[in-house]
Design a protein around this ligand. Structure first.
Ligand code: UDP
Length: 496
């Protein structure tokens, strides 16, 4: 029985994430966090996504935390998608993206059916910015709707300032650098790197406009960041959007429960945990480089082997996460016929899903080669790990800028052109990888970056501690959307 049925006086929030790991993970974290703070939380999720993180529900039950899944079936067949194609990382053919989004946008009816089944509408709906389809549902039931933005405020502000000043109207060459106007710092970007939210022909009219319009109509915005990290950019975005922005992260730091850290995103990581920790425990402090490029972008066969050659030449210890789809017959042969053997004393390869936060939190990890997804950056920032940056798409180029130029805790590999990974090109040569690994892991520059990373991670920890900026903003967020319910529960006449 759900808590909002058993305890009707308690506040009830529903959370509607986008089924993309980099969005679903922080929104699940946020839901769990709200439930720990006494809210009844329903996470609206499709079955295959729920199966991946089911241990979270079991843990919530054990600890008597009011966190539940509302499981919707995903209309794969209806939209011509293969079975179990419910998260962006299930899709290897980019030609299916449009159908995937169409399928997501058809979930409004089952969501309405769920809300209709409740005795009273929830007190708040927190929904991904890209889930504009939830807005009419929220309006129909009179539910306040807050949007969750997946990226950093640094990136969001960049996009808004570019759009606000119509900068791209004057741009002919999409690889030409332009200055972001009215921005707190000097920042140069290209249109190819920073094309705007969902700004591709497959999304253009259909989703993009709706998402931007519904953002303007939302009752507020919640972001996984913290004030001390991004203050000028948070203020910039808040000014442009003209509504309250709650910054309540980093979510990965609230969770002190090791079991929960391991199942973040995918319970498959449980199988890796002991192997990885035993391996890391034998290493010196800050001696291991962790390499992972998130959940959505790929590394093609030639590039993957090029990274391997760079790692071999660097002679440093490493944990390298490869996606199952990247293990082509050529890669398999290359791994079996020498690479694994030659690096077995100092290298660990994980094929599939790694327990990323557990790895980054280990004292033996001293560097992170990353594609610059915002969650990965925030996790490295939270654990005090400096980075080698290799952006591929979306917000990642601007995020790189933030890490390398603003925070000064990263070394760029110098990639300036977007690449999703499906094109068979080598973007970074092994020698460049070797050099970056050497600079990040050893020497004066490495020590400085590591120290700065530690200092920023201390600020992140303070932000989520009792009385810290994120803790206070979270309390304010809860208060804002529960005040009415609490008044009703205590018998006050809210109309007085
Ligand atoms: N992640 C993980 N294990 C993996 C790959 C990714 O736990 O093997 C998590 C990572 O910790 C992060 C999220 O997946 O929370 C990826 O989000 P990010 O914004 O970094 O990149 P995206 O996947 O959206 O490109």
């Amino acid at each position: 029985m759900s808590c909002y049925r058993e305890e009707p006086k308690k506040a009830h929030f529903i959370i509607v994430p986008l089924p993309v790991q980099g969005h679903l993970i922080p929104m699940t974290d946020m839901g769990y966090l709200l439930a720990e703070r006494g809210i009844c939380v329903s996470l609206v999720i499709t079955r295959a996504n729920a199966d991946r993180i089911r241990p979270i529900i079991e843990r919530a039950k054990e600890l008597n935390i009011s966190f539940e899944f509302v499981e919707l079936s995903f209309p794969n067949e209806m939209f011509g998608l293969p079975p179990v194609c419910e998260s962006l990382d299930h899709i290897t053919d980019t030609g299916l993206f449009r159908a995937f989004f169409d399928a997501i946008y058809s979930l409004d009816e089952p969501l309405e059916t769920f809300i209709d089944s409740l005795e009273r509408p929830p007190d708040c709906m927190i929904t991904d910015m890209f889930n504009a389809w939830t807005a009419p549902v929220a309006r129909k039931f009179g539910i306040p709707r807050v949007i969750f933005h997946g990226p950093s405020c640094f990136y969001i502000s960049t996009e808004y300032n570019l759009a606000h000043h119509k900068v791209y109207d004057r741009v002919i060459n999409e690889n030409e650098y332009v200055t972001v106007p009215d921005f707190p710092i000097e920042l140069q970007v290209t249109k190819a790197q920073t094309p705007g939210f969902l700004n591709s022909p497959i999304f253009e009219d259909h989703f993009r406009k709706k998402c931007l319009q519904e953002e303007l109509r939302a009752d507020g915005v919640v972001i996984n960041t913290f004030l001390e990290l991004e203050r000028p950019f948070i203020e910039n975005y808040e000014r442009l959007i003209g509504k309250k922005v709650w910054t309540v992260g980093p979510f990965c730091l609230y969770n002190k429960d090791d079991e929960m850290k391991v199942v973040r995103g995918n319970k498959d990581a449980i199988d890796q945990k002991n192997r990885v920790l035993t391996w890391l425990d034998r290493r010196d402090a800050a001696s291991v480089l962790y390499i992972s490029f998130g959940s959505t972008v790929y590394t093609n066969t030639q590039q993957l082997m090029e990274i391997g050659r760079g790692l071999e030449a660097s002679n440093k210890a490493f944990i390298w996460v490869m996606k199952k789809i990247e293990i082509t017959p050529v890669v398999e042969k290359w791994l079996d016929e020498g690479f694994e053997e030659r690096t077995k004393e100092r290298g660990l390869i994980i094929v599939g899903w790694a327990p990323q936060v557990v790895i980054l939190s280990h004292p033996a990890v001293g560097g992170f080669m990353t594609h610059c997804g915002w969650n990965s950056l925030l996790e490295a920032i939270s654990t005090g790990v400096p980075m080698i940056t290799w952006p591929r798409i979306a917000d990642q180029f601007v995020n790189e800028n933030f890490v390398v130029d603003v925070l000064r805790i990263g070394i760029s590999l110098g990639v300036t052109v977007p690449n999703y990974g499906t094109e068979d090109v080598i973007m970074v040569k092994s020698e460049e990888i070797r050099k970056a690994v050497d600079v990040l892991m050893d020497g004066i520059e490495a020590d400085e970056k590591r120290q700065r990373s530690k200092d920023i991670s201390e600020k992140a920890k303070k932000a989520v501690e009792e009385g810290g900026s994120s803790d206070v903003d979270l309390a304010d967020f809860i208060h804002y959307f529960t005040e009415q319910r609490n008044k009703l529960a205590s018998g006050d006449d809210i109309g007085a």
